[in-house]
Design a protein around this ligand. Structure first.
Ligand SMILES: Nc1nc2c(ncn2[C@@H]2O[C@H](COP(=O)(O)OP(=O)(O)OP(=O)(O)O)[C@@H](O)[C@H]2O)c(=O)[nH]1
Length: 288
């Protein structure tokens, strides 16, 4: 499995982050509310050097509301404060601004505003959040991982400034389950997983967690049974066919994953706060 992050890239990301951290009083770590466990990078704690970190779960609108509430509670002990937002619409940003008001300044610099950097793995909504906080639309946003550009201080309000360049964190993939979550949520390139495998796993997950809603969405008489077979059935119904009328399973898989990403399967969280992540199957070192 190719995880798309190479040691050189990671070293560069770390170096940049270390440089930028020298400039700031506090950090916002952006997590995807649909995969809070997998979008959190446990390796950065040392780099942050005791700076207060505010955890922000984006995609509030796409995640399961009760799961998000539980994650906010669970993550509380890891952060200075935690909250959830919709970085597109701005829902929850007012509350975040309230929390940011409580941040301490690192050094006494007279009256200068508190300086912040936004960090997170690719495609979690860092630029969207910066744009929301600064009410601009200049920071580049896009649905492909890794397109953030530009660099300057931007004023949020009289007490707060934010670095326009988000800090890029590398996803840490130690289990197949994490690979599935990160790829399905779009935080790593799709190529990390075989598309059919991703689709089959997503169907299996939906069968276990949101069976009724899933059956309704695809007008399936029943959502039970072999996930591959169900995927085939979805492909047939949706006209994902190759010459000769056979189902194009890859097209069907891409359709289901796209429906998930765009919220058409409803509000879904792939990782629940109450689950244990310690016992995940650990991938061999060369896959991390
Ligand atoms: N529905 C929804 N979409 C969001 C939210 N936050 C971000 N997005 C979308 O997710 C995509 C990625 O957002 P970006 O802000 O570019 O993410 P980023 O972390 O800066 O991405 P990189 O530059 O790749 O690291 C965009 O299409 C956003 O519109 C959210 O809260 N809800």
């Amino acid at each position: 499995m190719d995880v798309q992050w190479y040691p050189g890239q990671m070293a560069k990301a770390k170096r940049l982050l270390r440089e930028n951290l020298k400039l700031v009083d506090a950090v916002i770590e952006v997590l995807d509310a649909r995969i809070p466990h997998s979008s959190k990078n446990p390796d950065i704690r040392d780099l942050l050097a005791r700076r207060p970190v505010v955890g922000v779960l984006t995609r509030l609108d796409l995640a399961d509301p009760s799961a998000t509430a539980e994650w906010v509670k669970k993550l509380h002990s890891d952060y200075f404060a935690v909250t959830a937002v919709n970085a597109n619409s701005g829902d929850g940003v007012k509350k975040l601004l309230q929390l940011l008001k409580g941040l301490p300044q690192r050094r006494k610099h007279g009256q200068r505003p508190i300086r912040l950097i936004v960090v997170g793995i690719p495609n979690v909504g860092k630029s969207s959040l910066i744009n929301r906080l600064t009410k601009r639309s200049a920071a580049a946003t896009g649905d492909k991982p890794g397109i953030t550009k530009g660099k300057q201080w931007v004023r949020v309000n009289e007490g707060l400034e934010i670095l326009d360049t988000p800090g890029m964190l590398w996803p840490k993939i130690t289990s197949e389950r994490q690979a599935f979550g990160l790829a399905t949520a779009g935080a790593v390139k799709d190529e990390i997983l075989d598309p059919v495998q991703m689709g089959v796993e997503l169907v299996g997950f939906m069968q276990n967690e949101y069976a009724q809603r899933f059956a309704e969405r695809y007008k399936l008489e029943q959502a039970e049974g072999d996930p591959r077979h169900i995927l085939n059935e979805i492909g047939r119904r949706r006209g994902c066919l190759v010459k000769g009328g056979e189902v194009d399973l890859e097209a069907a898989a891409r359709l289901v994953v796209k429906d998930f990403r765009e919220g058409r399967l409803g509000r879904i969280t792939l990782e629940k706060a109450g689950e244990s992540y310690d016992e995940d199957e650990v991938l061999p070192d060369d896959h991390r």
